[in-house]
Write a protein of this length. Structure first.
Length: 386
């Protein structure tokens, strides 16, 4: 690996999370093959001592099996520094942290500290299946421990805020773990992710490569951090079809019905809309560290049938939440979230096929700091007169 831990870039491969960039906008919402819809880490921002579970959210294809290889930086060497850390290291300002690091580096006569901090990281591969029903692949939390030393280094270098995670999904094929290790060890740029796909072998195989930063929560020593908390994943709260609510669920068993009453089948669009939970509206410290901001969220829609009108990506009006939260007035925010006429709804029009049918609908929510939420519904469009 040519780049060192101190220069790891902060990147979420949005083309993968939101759809293949080479496809036209009109077709990006249509699911016709095995697709990656998002990568969710839980918690969305991890603090020292946390264990992180990671989920790949896929649109599965009936009759096809798939697996995912997660490629993680091995932080064991870095974690060896934990015994050297002061008990109150979390309370250090950036200046105090720099002074402490300078002092231990000056005493590093054998170079062990410097080697642990700057040596080329090793990587390990963990393979998990993609569930054929839900389309979810899980990297269990016991494999991703956030050590105090790792958080320390991220703060010290000020150039990286998370742990790199590579992912290779392989459908109708086998993952060659040895080949994957060789490719990762020589990968110098995330733009070369396509090289990982060669480790998915099989005549009918299909591969998807992606990269995500598992973000770390590093409190800033600033008066503006009072309202800032670790990022949470957005959560789908209410889903409606033409303003009629349907049960929430991420499994393909929840059904929303559309009745096409015309004599020539389904000819009129319906309106899907969704709202997010209160916890999805979060203050965070602005990048200039001088103000708090209300985080903006986005919702993307995917289906294996019908057509969405216009862009399938919708963003929320974050300002309504900012106005509601002035002076810590959470009751005002609660009232606005409960008001059907407020601007917290994400809406899109969907035209079912003229003959109707049963279709999967995926809703994926993203926020600006890497948080991901999702829900999945079964949509039944009945065209009795077609």
């Amino acid at each position: 690996m040519k780049h060192r831990i101190c220069t790891l870039s902060i990147l979420v491969w949005m083309c993968v999370l939101l759809g293949a960039c080479q496809e036209e906008m009109e077709s990006r919402s249509f699911i016709s093959k095995f697709r990656l819809l998002g990568i969710q880490s839980n918690p969305a921002e991890a603090a020292a001592g946390d264990y992180v579970e990671v989920r790949g959210i896929f649109a599965p294809v009936e009759g096809q099996s798939a697996s995912v290889a997660w490629v993680l930086m091995d932080t064991q060497q870095i974690a060896a520094l934990d015994d050297m850390l002061p008990d109150d290291i979390d309370q250090y300002t950036d200046e105090q942290l720099a002074a402490w690091l300078a002092s231990i580096m000056s005493e590093d006569t054998d170079g062990s500290v410097q080697n642990a901090m700057l040596s080329e990281p090793a990587y390990r591969v963990i393979v998990s299946p993609v569930d054929a029903l839900s389309g979810i692949a899980v990297l269990p939390s016991q494999h991703v421990e956030i050590s105090s030393s790792l958080v320390l280094l991220m703060r010290a270098f000020g150039q990286a805020e998370g742990v790199p995670l590579y992912m290779l999904a392989c459908s109708n094929g086998e993952i060659d773990e040895a080949a994957l290790q060789r490719i990762i060890s020589n990968l110098s740029d995330t733009q070369e992710l396509g090289e990982l796909e060669s480790a998915c072998v099989g005549e009918e195989s299909a591969a998807i490569a992606a990269y995500k930063t598992l973000n770390l929560y590093i409190p800033a020593a600033s008066e503006y951090d009072a309202l800032s908390t670790p990022n949470q994943n957005p959560v789908v709260d209410t889903f409606q079809i033409d303003e009629i609510s349907h049960a929430q669920g991420t499994e393909p068993g929840e059904t929303g019905s559309v009745l096409c009453e015309g004599k020539e089948g389904c000819r009129d669009p319906v309106t899907f809309r969704v709202s997010l939970t209160k916890s999805s509206y979060e203050y965070y410290q602005g990048y200039d560290r001088r103000r708090n901001e209300m985080e903006k969220t986005f919702v993307s829609w995917f289906s294996n049938g019908g057509e969405f009108a216009g862009s399938r990506i919708r963003s929320n009006d974050a300002q309504f939440a900012v106005n509601a939260m002035e002076d810590g007035d959470e009751a005002r925010l609660d009232a606005r979230l409960a008001d059907e006429n407020e601007s917290h709804w994400f809406e899109v029009e969907w035209m079912p096929p003229v003959e109707g049918g049963v279709f999967d609908l995926w809703i994926v929510a993203n926020d600006l700091r890497g948080g991901v939420g999702h829900a999945r519904y079964l949509i039944r469009a009945d065209a009795p007169n077609y």
